[in-house]
Design a protein around this ligand. Sequence first.
Ligand code: COA
Length: 159
Amino acid sequence: MTWAIRRAERRDVPEILRIEETQFPEPWTRGMLIDEMSDVATRRYTVAVEEGVILGYLGVMFVLDELHVNTLGTAPAHEGRGVATALLTEAFADAGERRIARATLEVAASNTRAQRLYHRFGFAPVGVRRRYYERTGEDALIMWADLAGTSTAGPTLAP
Ligand SMILES: CC(C)(COP(=O)(O)OP(=O)(O)OC[C@H]1O[C@@H](n2cnc3c(N)ncnc32)[C@H](O)[C@@H]1OP(=O)(O)O)[C@@H](O)C(=O)NCCC(=O)NCCS
């Protein structure tokens, strides 16, 4: 692995948005992303960087003892290299130190690749939000994971 993970900064916004716009049918706007990143009390945004290029990003939100995965994306040219796995592993290690007990997220019902990734981190589907995504009309799966005891976590092997 040749990249490093660091906290996202304002100067990273254009590159994060470029990835967001290629990877999501309903990408966040610049304003949404800046608002999110500015809320340092409850949000934690990280990027994976290789030779000055942002390969992927992760944004999480803390609500009481829960971590919410707000956004996660890897640049198409760098998918399959373990970038998202590394970003999640780093965030969950931090969550362990903050004594976060559980994690949740919504993911498009058709997005089996992301679901496999989340499954490896212990997420399981618990329900469906019908027509969650406005533009596509697609349902979202609600997934939860128990993080207790995962401060040294990496993904567990898929069965
Ligand atoms: C889902 C997404 C974040 C995954 O990012 P990624 O960086 O490619 O993820 P990883 O590389 O950590 O893991 C993905 C796959 O690569 C494999 N992989 C990981 N490291 C690898 C390596 N060094 N060599 C080869 N394969 C590897 C993993 O086993 C995994 O395999 P799978 O697809 O069969 O499950 C990315 O595809 C993406 O941005 N998708 C669009 C946006 C999205 O869906 N976001 C999440 C929804 S909220």
